[in-house]
Design a protein around this ligand. Structure first.
Ligand code: AKB
Length: 314
């Protein structure tokens, strides 16, 4: 087995911050090249400033470090993406094309592309949404993810490039903050609770969405990337399920620890996005192909989030 050297784009983002650390533990700190437009002050390891819209800049890093795998996390998320749709399309697609092309030309072994539950839109079964559903997304972010999934499959079919992908639910972790998504409330709420502040939720009380705890999201990613090539039967992107809840249920679970916690509701434009997304996800193919199984339920997630966020503020 040859040495893996991994490039991560968007490594200062919500998922990248934690994934970079896990990859360092797995492959050695000297074999992970974290990149983003800015560096997190707490980051420890090899880091390069990288604008992924710049093909030559990616190529230079790939050659400099003899990169063998790329985790391409840089993207504009669902809610922020709606503020400037054409720019979102440009950034999300251009960066992925650059990654696909550099990977094809320089014979990168594996590419990871994060897709999202945002690929689904109206006219799906919203409960236990199956893998092979209609993909008519309601956001430009979702449109770019559907296109990205298909481009990943195209590069696999046409050039044999081993592109793998997961459709992440909303990711919930204490280590980093999300930015510009529709599921962000489910992280922000914990910070308010720990600071003894009330929380104004931008979705209504009943809005059930698929979510996943950070540890589960990372484990799913590593399990997918470690799976033998012949086991990967879905070359667009795998549905993965963590858990599902609505803001009212999450607030109730927080109140078990912080009985005085208060939540109010003031839905904004993100409500409409959430209404077009699944309420829960069927992940039969991921379970079959790489033995996916989530570990975190709502009470465990709440307990771990509150405990770790409290440590940050104290
Ligand atoms: C978002 O809300 O945009 C993301 C996602 C579900 O892809 N968290």
């Amino acid at each position: 087995m040859h040495k893996e050297v991994i490039l991560i784009t968007g490594s200062s983002g919500q998922l990248g911050t934690v994934l970079a650390e896990k990859l360092q533990e797995k492959y050695g700190i000297e074999n992970i090249i974290a990149t983003d437009l800015r560096k997190n002050s707490t980051f420890n390891g090899l880091f390069e400033i990288l604008d992924v819209t710049d093909y030559e800049a990616i190529k230079a890093i790939v050659l400099k470090y003899k990169i063998t795998q790329i985790y391409h996390l840089a993207a504009i998320l669902s809610a922020n993406g709606e503020k400037n749709p054409l720019n979102t399309w440009d950034i999300n697609m251009k960066t992925f094309f650059n990654v696909l092309e550099v990977a094809r030309i320089h014979k990168i072994d594996k590419v990871f592309f994060p897709s999202s539950i945002a690929v689904f839109g109206n006219n799906i079964e919203r409960l236990n949404t199956p893998q092979f559903s209609n993909l008519t997304p309601s956001t430009v972010y979702g449109i770019s993810k559907v296109a990205g999934e298909n481009w990943g499959k195209y590069y696999f079919d046409k050039y044999g490039l081993d592109v793998r992908s997961l459709r992440y639910p909303g990711i919930i972790g204490y280590q980093s903050l999300p930015g510009g998504g529709t599921t962000d409330y489910a992280v922000d709420i914990f910070h308010k609770a720990v600071k003894n502040e009330s929380f104004e939720c931008f979705l209504d009380a009943e809005t059930m969405l698929p979510m996943i705890y950070m540890d589960d999201a990372i484990r799913a990613t590593l399990e997918l990337m470690d799976a033998p090539k012949e086991k990967i039967t879905v070359r667009t992107s795998y549905n993965i399920s963590g858990l599902s809840f609505n803001p009212d249920q999450l607030a109730a679970s927080i109140k078990e620890v912080y009985p005085d916690f208060k939540i109010t509701y003031s839905p904004d434009f993100r409500q409409e996005i959430a209404n077009s997304w699944p309420m829960s996800i069927a992940d039969t193919e991921a379970r079959k192909d790489f033995n996916w199984k989530p570990k975190f339920n709502i009470n465990l997630l709440t307990e771990v989030m509150l405990k770790n966020i409290a440590l940050k503020y104290n």
